[in-house]
Design a protein around this ligand. Structure first.
Ligand code: 13P
Length: 250
């Protein structure tokens, strides 16, 4: 099985009409995508079910968050079980924006990861250090703590079902990308830690995506690194031709 994935995180962007238009454009491009690259888009929660019934077979749909409980009195929330029942099979968890603005912690990410796995939804677990953490040489410590916290208590078989996204916070939406060597260094470290938490065999199967100002101009170089298995793309995923170029940059 190929580890290659290009995932688009649309964040809180686009109206329903704009969403349909972008999905239509992507559907038309989907036939030409390499068969060994899994392509995922993550529109706002409100549009997920409409998008899921309108995408080509090789275009997958992810939520940007979910609640850890299966059901109950949690006004405004959506559970992993509800995602699964709407045929949404992927869920981004622990994005730095959720950590920064919505109080997401490693413990809450961990509870959500468990709930996704219990429902058969693949979690895309986001980790990454802040600028001041990198400037003070703490990036490896932070990334390891987030990884261990997010995957705490999971069996090796469960860890193998996760996708990990390394997104240095200083590179998100800033136009500042990690160099391909910086990305490779952290990705290799993450794979070593995944092997410690599960097994080398499991770690070798897990996709580790890079996120942070990834665009057609730099994706070829970043994706060429052995432990970079693709990207979690923000801004450039909102434009069909940019996203298409990213997918075809493999
Ligand atoms: P940008 O590609 O816009 O930097 O965003 C990255 C991101 O946060 C993807 O989840």
């Amino acid at each position: 099985m190929s580890r290659k994935i290009v995932a688009g995180n649309w964040k809180m962007n686009k109206s329903i009409a704009e969403t349909h238009a972008l999905v239509q454009e992507l559907n038309e491009m989907a036939r030409a995508w390499p068969s060994d690259v899994k392509v995922i888009i993550s529109p706002p929660m409100l549009y997920l079910t409409q998008v899921a019934v309108n995408v080509e077979d090789n275009l997958h749909v992810a939520a940007q968050n979910c609640h850890a409980e299966k059901s109950g009195a949690y006004t405004g929330e959506v559970s992993a079980a509800q995602l699964k029942s709407s045929e949404i099979n992927f869920c981004i968890l622990g994005h730095s924006e959720r950590r920064q603005y919505f109080g997401e912690t490693d413990a809450s990410v961990n509870a959500k990861v468990k709930s996704c796995l219990a429902e058969g939804v693949t979690p895309i677990v986001c980790i990454g250090e802040l600028l001041e953490e990198r400037e003070t040489g703490k990036e490896f410590t932070i990334v390891e703590a987030q990884l261990r916290g997010g995957l705490k208590g999971l069996s090796s078989a469960e860890i193998e079902k996760c996708i990990v996204a390394y997104e240095p916070v200083w590179a998100i939406g800033t136009g500042k990308t990690a160099s391909s060597d910086q990305a490779q260094e952290i990705h290799a470290f993450i794979r070593t830690k995944l092997a410690e938490l599960s097994s080398q065999e499991a770690a070798d199967k897990i996709s580790i995506l890079y996120g942070g100002s990834c665009k057609p101009a730099n994706s070829k170089e970043i994706f060429s690194k052995p432990d970079v298995d693709g990207g979690l793309i923000g801004g450039a995923s909102l434009n069909a031709s940019d996203f298409n170029a990213l997918i075809n940059s493999y």
